[in-house]
Write a protein that binds this ligand. Structure first.
Ligand SMILES: [Zn+2]
Ligand SMILES: [Zn+2]
Length: 414
């Protein structure tokens, strides 16, 4: 623990009240993917108030990038990332029909608070800190392009290419626990729309038309078997969360669309998974005399945490939250376009616990008398205010240790 580390912790504590108030404001102003207008305006206003060297706004939609150049010479550039979008989930706390059911309000408040902490210490920082606020992590509406990749393509980090990127996603781990997985911590994913087309008919006389419904049923059931076509040790997930048809109880509709998602823990399994789905769709449609169109969109690579980066970060993580609170976790089948940043520049994307839970034999269980275990995207998802300062401390310490050269020797070759 150096003087600078102590100064970081002191500043973090001073800003806790602001952190919680900021999170409360963001929580009360949720906006859907690629519609984060007031969130982005709020973020930009806060960053400008700090007197950063640069605040880039309107980057590929609502992206905002703040640049803080330290007062000491240094070549390194650390980028801290927060996603800003909410979800169409009616939350149990009465905010809805849109809410921060994935906790991105916490991410924004944490990175903004980290910016306040580090801006106050800028004279002692050898290098540059970039605060990267992105829209549409949950996927933009169909036909729109947005998110981390779109921001990079738009030159979001031109002139401030990071030597490391870092972020943590809030999850139902116990409060204050940092979860890591070496390898793919988040899965590769894509969204898929399948439209099955037949011939419309009266419900009383299906033989006069071609019913797309049984073909759709075959696709849904068959998709549940696709996991048998990739090695069992590498989990995959295929699910359809939305079905749209144009029929009625007494009308056999002409077409039907299935919208779903496919995930693979190994990036390399995605082509086989896609090929299996395509085969299933083509032949299920043919079996019932239908035609089928299949379209992929929103393709996200896996988030890969390299052992070398984790080894480099571990002393910092353990110093900040305690060795017992840096725990290995199972990879999740959720995806995250933080992958674009980690793949491009190197760094880590970890998870951070914000709920009343405990670890028990490698599983996570609710603590008695607490608010329970509520996964991301669930209406009851919550993040405990008191846990958030720990995340600010981790972000700030990782950033400073990277700039000081103590964490990460530049880019890790893959
Ligand atoms: Zn989410
Ligand atoms: Zn999320």
């Amino acid at each position: 623990m150096t003087g600078l580390h102590a100064a970081i912790d002191e500043a973090c504590a001073e800003h806790e009240e602001w952190l919680i108030a900021s999170r409360a404001w963001l929580h009360a102003h949720p906006e859907l993917s690629n519609r984060e207008e007031q969130t982005a305006a709020y973020v930009a206003a806060q960053l400008r108030e700090l007197g950063l060297d640069e605040v880039r706004t309107g980057v590929s939609g609502h992206g905002v990038v703040g640049v803080l150049r330290g007062g000491l010479p240094g070549e390194r550039v650390i980028a801290l990332r927060a996603d800003m979008d909410a979800l169409p989930v009616r939350s149990a706390d009465g905010i809805g029909p849109v809410s921060h059911a994935c906790g991105h309000d916490c991410h924004v408040a944490v990175v903004l608070t980290t910016a306040r902490v580090l801006a106050g210490l800028r004279d002692r920082l050898p290098g540059t800190v970039v605060f990267f606020f992105q829209p549409a992590e949950e996927g933009p509406p169909l036909g729109e392009i947005a998110g981390a990749k779109a921001m990079l393509d738009a030159g979001a980090l031109a002139g401030v290419e990071p030597t490391m990127v870092f972020a943590m996603h809030v999850v139902f781990l116990p409060k204050g626990v940092v979860g890591y997985h070496v390898g793919n911590q988040f899965a590769a994913a894509c969204a898929v729309d399948i439209t099955l087309r037949g011939v419309q008919a009266h419900g009383s006389s299906p033989w006069l038309g071609v019913d797309p419904m049984p073909a759709a049923a075959q696709v849904i059931l068959g998709a549940g078997q696709l996991y048998r076509q990739v090695p069992a040790a590498s989990p995959v997930a295929v699910s359809f969360g939305h079905v749209e048809d144009v029929g009625r109880f007494n009308i056999i509709g002409e077409s039907l669309t299935l919208s779903g998602t496919m995930r693979s823990s190994r990036q390399e399994d995605m082509p086989a998974l896609k090929a299996g789905l395509e085969r299933l769709v083509e032949h299920s449609a043919a079996a019932y005399g239908c035609t089928a169109e299949l379209q992929y969109h929103f393709e996200i690579p896996a988030v890969r945490n390299e052992q070398a980066w984790l080894d480099a970060a571990r002393p910092t993580l353990e110093r900040v939250v305690g060795a017992a609170n840096v725990v290995p976790v199972e990879p999740v089948m959720g995806s995250d376009d933080m992958a674009e940043l980690v793949n491009a520049y190197g760094g880590l994307y970890l998870t951070y616990g914000v709920q009343d839970t405990r670890m028990e034999g490698g599983r996570i269980a609710p603590v008695e008398g607490g608010r329970g275990l509520a996964p991301n995207h669930h209406p009851a998802f919550y993040a405990d205010d008191a846990s958030l300062l720990g995340s600010v401390r981790v972000h700030a310490h990782v950033a400073v240790d990277h700039l000081l050269g103590a964490l990460g020797a530049g880019r890790v070759p893959r």
